[in-house]
Design a protein around this ligand. Structure first.
Ligand SMILES: [Mn+2]
Length: 375
């Protein structure tokens, strides 16, 4: 893996220069909350989750969170929910929330879960990948998601692969990376083992959703995508996974062929699942977006808008593209795609989608623990 792999997430702020990642394991050292803001009545973030909390927490009212409930007509696949509405007799089977890229923003995630009234005994969380890096507490986040056991599902993103590659000695972290807390942790091996056993693609037939981190090339239908994901997953779960991680990265081949072999084949597959945003009608990956000004079939489109996309019949949840709204792509529910990365690590929002109800919830992120965060 090379340095260029870290250049895909836009205008990230430089954090590593100004704070020590070793501090990130100690919440008390790095959260400078104003105790005057503390509302002792409000439940503390994580109170239902068994998450250790130090008694201080942000005022939950000083930033207007928003709940966005689109019309049912925007959600054709939700017109008849697969699960009944919660009743008053306590027989609710629980909710499934799909959540965009967390990137180590653990405190913000806890505030979101508190707002959702998440109950790990009955509810489920799906994460679109990139659990780690750039945010202030990747270690706490990773421990938390792992501790949820079957209540949580995550797919692997490019930053998750960077972490695995760094741990395997196949990649050197750059100055924007905040992975030191995990790499230095006493339980790092358990965490890394758990992480590299997570899938690249998740499909729930009952809920009728597929989740990936980045994208799919137009030639792959769901069955093909599952088979391609399994090729990488089986190697990642192999003790010799370091060799794979050394070969991955945003390089050639750009175009899929069924007869691709070896590292080229695996690199293309991994780039689709963890890096892809733009591609052309032939499935030629455009990992920089630079070719989008070309005409005709060579003009890049967001992967989900390529005509004839073989995966167009299944609802897809994905992350990785925090600037998608700013690129002008909104309300993609009719295309059956649900982008959920809204830039938490860059002072954006967290977005959660209640899969059974088709309801979006957004919480503004604060990154209180980052010294460069605005007051
Ligand atoms: Mn990503």
């Amino acid at each position: 893996m090379n340095e260029a792999m870290t250049q895909d997430t836009g205008p990230d702020l430089d954090t590593a220069q100004i704070f020590d990642t070793a501090q990130l394991t100690d919440k008390n050292k790095v959260i400078g909350l104003n105790t005057e803001d503390v509302d002792p009545v409000a439940a503390s973030p994580g109170h239902r989750l068994g998450v250790p909390w130090d008694g201080e927490h942000p005022n939950l009212n000083d930033h207007p969170d928003q709940t966005d409930s689109p019309k049912r007509s925007d959600h054709p696949h939700h017109s008849e929910p697969n699960h009944p509405e919660p009743d008053l007799l306590g027989t609710d089977a629980g909710a499934t929330y799909a959540i965009g890229d967390v990137q180590g923003c653990f405190d913000d995630l806890l505030r979101l879960l508190d707002r959702l009234d998440f109950d790990p005994a009955v509810d489920h969380l799906w994460f679109t990948g990139d659990l780690v890096n750039r945010g202030p507490n990747s270690l706490g986040l990773l421990r938390f998601v792992r501790s949820l056991g079957p209540a949580a599902v995550t797919v692997l993103g490019n930053h998750d692969l960077y972490l695995l590659a760094a741990a395997a000695g196949a990649w050197s972290a750059g100055r924007k990376d905040t992975l030191g807390g995990i790499l230095d942790a006493p339980d790092r091996e358990e965490l890394l083992f758990w992480l590299r056993h997570q899938p690249l693609l998740w499909h729930d037939e009952q809920l009728n959703f597929v989740m990936i981190h980045a994208g799919l090339p137009p030639q792959w239908d769901l069955a093909t995508a599952k088979a391609r994901a399994a090729e990488i997953e089986s190697l990642l779960q192999n003790p010799s996974h370091a060799e794979l991680l050394r070969e991955l990265g945003p390089g050639k081949p750009w175009r899929w062929r069924d007869d691709l072999q070896g590292w080229d084949r695996l690199r293309y597959i991994a780039n689709c699942f963890t890096q892809l945003r733009w591609c052309d009608a032939a499935g030629r990956l455009d990992l920089t977006g630079e070719r989008r000004r070309l005409k005709g079939a060579k003009r890049s489109l967001p992967w989900f808008l390529v005509p004839g996309r073989a995966s167009a019949t299944v609802p897809i949840l994905f992350g990785h593209w925090a600037r998608l709204e700013r690129e002008g792509y909104k309300r993609l529910d009719r295309q059956l795609v649900h982008p959920l990365d809204t830039g938490c690590a860059n002072r954006g929002h967290f977005t959660a989608l209640h899969l059974e109800k088709g309801r979006y919830t957004r919480v503004r992120c604060r990154n209180e623990a980052l010294p460069w965060a605005e007051a």
